[in-house]
Ligand binder design. Structure first.
Ligand code: PBG
Length: 326
């Protein structure tokens, strides 16, 4: 046996840190925040222990709590006071995300990213304008090109309210180009777009849909989000977003799709983001509650794995907990 090669030599406590290939930092993390126009007080999210929906009046305080852990970036999601067919509260100047973004950027140094989508704002819960008979006919869903205009309006309303970056999540064809055009036309040439470029139709979004009240009232999102079976399609999707001017490329979910994260890292020189989604958070919490897993360890290991696969930034509900321990 050739025992000149002994990898264990590099695993002692002294040398381990010197040969470590990947490090996590608080500056890699973005913490999601749910701002809710239907409540005056903080409401715990049952399926996501430790997270709350906060009223606009608490948004600044919530962001300051996050910043105390060293995490400086937040992603805002909104729960509007009312919903309609077209999701008109999504681009309202006094909408819940717009109000929160205005206050947070005025009163804190946080970096504010906003989710640009319609599903939390439409009464049917889909991510765009519906075809007329969509509720009856499962082959009909969202009207792509009509939705683009609304996404542009949402992004502009967020930028006007002070958002530092916008993140379209609807998987509508052409959304990055449409939003870039709308932002530029309104003078927001410096606002970057982080595209949910490869977003899969995943069952791991379940807890989020409770949190943001964004579950579709009928059907599913198969006609716009991607088939979990497809990696080559993900590469095509990402390339299209690059052509349209995306500044940051996101893969979502993270852990079940680390192969996609690695492939996007390999093919593109853009910053790569990964969204460690609500279901990834909830399942670790549930197992930890049963005493089956050690939460701190599995949370850190998850985020480290996402970085090792090639992500530069990670959106995660573990942001505060993990940053606190770094
Ligand atoms: C859509 C959106 C969703 C998530 C982020 N943006 C829900 C969906 O596509 O159904 C899911 C995030 C998570 O599960 O943590 N606005």
């Amino acid at each position: 046996m050739d025992m000149t090669r002994r990898p264990r030599r590099l695993r002692t406590d002294g040398v381990r840190p010197l040969v470590r290939e990947t490090d996590l930092a608080a500056s890699d993390l973005i913490a999601p925040v749910f701002v809710d126009a239907t409540t005056d007080e903080r409401v715990p999210i049952e399926t996501m222990p430790g997270h709350e929906r906060v009223p606009v009046s608490e948004a600044v305080a919530r962001v300051e709590e996050i910043r105390e852990t060293g995490v400086e970036a937040v992603m805002l999601f909104g729960v509007p006071e009312s919903k309609d067919e077209r999701g008109s509260r999504a681009w309202a100047e006094d909408g819940v995300v717009q109000e929160a973004a205005r206050q947070i950027t005025a009163e804190t140094d946080a970096y504010v990213v906003t989710d640009v989508c319609l599903c939390e704002y439409t009464d049917h819960g889909h991510c765009g304008v519906l075809e007329d008979d969509a509720a009856e006919d499962p082959t009909l869903t969202v009207r792509n090109d009509e939705t683009l205009e609304l996404l542009g309006d949402i992004a502009v309303s967020h930028a006007r309210a002070g958002a530092d970056m916008v993140a379209p999540s609807g998987m509508i064809d052409g959304m990055v180009g449409a939003i870039r055009g709308a932002l530029d036309e309104d003078g927001h040439t410096e606002v970057p777009i982080m595209s949910y470029a490869a977003k899969f139709e995943s069952a791991f979004y379940g807890p989020f849909r409770d949190a943001a009240d964004g579950a579709p009232s009928f059907g599913d999102r198969r006609h716009y989000q991607m088939d979990p079976a497809n990696a080559r399609e993900a590469r095509r999707e990402v390339s299209l977003d690059v052509e349209q001017g995306a500044d940051v490329l996101m893969v979502k979910p993270a852990l079940p799709y680390l192969d996609i994260v690695a492939q996007v890292r390999e093919r593109h020189d853009h910053p790569v983001a990964a969204y460690n989604v609500s279901g990834e958070y909830a399942m670790l919490h549930a197992a930890a509650e049963k005493g089956w897993l050690d939460l701190e360890s599995v949370a850190s290991e998850s985020l480290l794995s996402i970085k090792r696969a090639g992500a530069d930034l990670i959106l995660t509900y573990f942001a505060e907990d993990v940053a606190d321990r770094l």
